[in-house]
Each structure stands twice: as C-alpha cells, then as structure tokens.
Write a protein that binds this ligand. Structure first.
Ligand code: HEC
Length: 156
C-alpha cells in the first residue's frame, strides 16, 4: 500500500500541524478562561473586575519598584512589560495567570524565589507602568481572588 508515502507526508507536515496544534491549544485555553465570564457572575464576591478599576495601591506599586530594581531589572526594562508587548501576552487573561507566571517562572535565574507579597508588588508596578489606575485596596496575593480580575489594556 502507500503507507510509505503517507508516512513521509505526515513527517513533512509535522511542523505545520504542530504550529496549528499550538494555536488550537492556545485558543482552547483562552476559551476556558473566558467561559466563566460568559456565564455571568451573580454574587458580589465573584463579580468580574478589570485592571482599569483600581485593583492595587500606590504603596504596593512603590514597593514593587524596589523589588523590580533588585530582582528584575538585570534582564528587563519597562518596555518588556508595557505597550503591545504586554497587551499581546496578557490582555484578556486574568491576574491569576500573570501572578502564576511571575511567581513560578520569574526571576528567570531564580524562579519561585519571590514571596507572594513581592509578586503582587511587582505586578502592581507592571499595572502602573501600563497606565492602569491605583485604588484603595491592595492587590491580594490570592489566586482565587486574582482569577476574577481581568487584564484590560487601555486603548490609546
Ligand atoms: C535572568 C533574567 C531574568 C530575570 C532576572 C527576570 N526575567 Fe522575566 N523574563 C526573562 C526571559 C528570558 C523572559 C522570556 C520568557 C521566558 O523565557 O520564560 C522573561 C519573561 C517575563 C515576562 C513575560 C513577558 C511577556 O511576554 O509579557 C514577565 C511578565 C516577566 N518576565 C517578569 C519578570 C519579573 C517581574 C521579574 C523580577 C521579579 C523578572 N521577570 C526577572 C528573563 C528574566
């Protein structure tokens, strides 16, 4: 039969289908994140907020500046976390995703070394760098709560 040529064909298209698969996975992940919002939240505790509603305090972002200078600046500049770079990676996701990323994967040379408080401070700074307003309440180091805050980027 033509099992030989079929084998070759699937081998040569592996790259493309790999990329496609990754897109599908990404899309599925986005849909999973969006699904709870689509069903609507009825309780106040579960109410959806966005990063444009004042979800961190000025003190937190100020503290984040020190964390950032000591732990992040050796590899990053503000440009790594603002504008299209930030929007492309994070807009529409929730703060629990960003929190998980920073707490588990950063700093790249010592992942997992930030305390949860340092993590929220540095995230507060990143939000401020993106022009998102400060508010009256600290950003909590609580992934369940952070899951209800969607990352919304100001459109210029
Ligand atoms: C040793 C170098 C290094 C240090 C220190 C470091 N990072 Fe990173 N960071 C990277 C690299 C490299 C990437 C690209 C993604 C990857 O390789 O995981 C990255 C990616 C990121 C991203 C995702 C970028 C995007 O697409 O939005 C964020 C957010 C981030 N870092 C935050 C931090 C924070 C906050 C700190 C300090 C606590 C920090 N990083 C410290 C190297 C570093």
């Amino acid at each position: 039969m033509s099992s030989d040529s079929q084998g070759q064909r699937s081998a040569s298209s592996a790259g493309a289908s790999d990329t496609l698969m990754r897109c599908v996975v990404k899309f599925a992940a986005v849909m999973c994140i969006m699904a709870p919002a689509a069903h609507g939240q009825t309780t106040t505790a579960g109410a959806e907020r966005t990063t444009l509603t004042g979800v961190y305090t000025r003190d937190q972002a100020n503290a984040g500046r020190d964390v950032y200078a000591g732990r992040c600046q050796s590899c990053h500049t503000a440009a790594s976390h603002t504008g299209p770079v930030f929007a492309n990676s994070w807009a529409g996701r929730t703060l629990s995703d960003l929190f998980a990323f920073v707490s588990e994967r950063m700093p790249k040379d010592a992942p997992g070394s930030l305390t949860p408080e340092e993590c929220t401070q540095v995230i507060a700074l990143i939000l401020r760098l993106n022009g998102m307003p400060a508010g009256d309440d600290d950003l909590p180091a609580d992934t369940a709560a952070l899951r209800h805050i969607r990352i919304a980027v100001r459109t210029p």
